[in-house]
Design a protein around this ligand. Structure first.
Ligand code: GTP
Ligand code: MG
Length: 217
């Protein structure tokens, strides 16, 4: 598998640590354990660029990976990890929320959904937030190696229904298996499309971030 020149830049725990060079950013978002780090490794063609963990919720920062000098892939903390200390969870969600709502270079949110399950509460929350903020958005169904073709079709219908109910119309979807190395080109195509799309909604006019953010750090 061809490798993409990739470098881990840094883990960001506070807004002020975000890169200042303005390169476009593609965020990988989804519930804990859905396969964000595995997808990132698949995309860049390396087995262990982003840490893959069997312990959900291990990634606690926004992890920035430089793809050449063109863009950043951003591995967001997994959402909905119930056992994280309460205060930490708050910190995650505040930083993620502010990042999504206000981050100027954010070119695409890739929402990862496990193909085995109907979209969960946390997935519906993500969709509602994306609709509200009008974020550039695509869905990646993960772990396709774990299901038969029939389930894949059902998963697509369940996903489409959830998207429609969230008020999200034409959302591109890619099906992947990090395990089998499938769907890599499809996801890169979504990224390229987002980077090329001049109609992508700009990130201006953001709602005010929570005033408590700085205190939370
Ligand atoms: P957090 O960082 O904890 O939020 O998790 P994550 O979303 O980054 O998930 P991660 O990539 O660490 O994967 C979680 C588990 O799912 C690991 O055991 C992976 O090996 C497994 N996994 C990820 N992608 C696939 C896939 O496509 N197929 C299969 N069978 N397993 C996968
Ligand atoms: Mg991870």
């Amino acid at each position: 598998m061809k490798r993409v020149e990739t470098q881990f830049l840094k883990g960001v725990a506070h807004w002020e640590q975000l890169p200042a060079d303005g390169r476009p950013e593609v965020a990988l978002m989804g519930r804990s354990n859905v396969g964000k780090s595995s997808l990132l490794n698949l995309l860049v063609g390396l087995k262990a660029m982003a840490r893959v963990s069997r312990t959900p919720g291990r990634t606690q920062e926004l992890n920035f990976f430089a793809i050449g000098d063109r863009l950043y892939l951003v591995d967001l903390p997994g959402l909905g990890y119930a056992n994280a200390p309460k205060r930490l969870r708050l910190l995650w969600s505040r930083l993620i929320e502010r990042y999504l709502a206000e981050r100027e270079p954010l070119a695409l949110v890739l929402h990862l959904v496990d193909i085995r399950h109907e979209p969960l509460a946390v997935d519906l929350e993500i969709m509602a937030f994306v609709a509200e903020q009008q974020l550039p958005y695509a869905v990646v169904l993960t772990k396709s190696d774990k299901v038969k073709r029939g389930r894949q079709a059902v998963a697509r219908r369940e996903l489409d229904l959830a998207l429609r109910e969230a008020g999200l119309g034409e959302v591109p979807v890619a099906v992947t298996s990090a395990e089998k190395g499938l769907g890599r080109a499809a996801v890169w195509a979504l990224v390229e499309q987002a980077l090329a799309d001049p109609d992508a909604p700009p990130a201006d006019d953001p709602p005010q971030a929570s005033d408590a953010w700085d205190e939370a750090g």
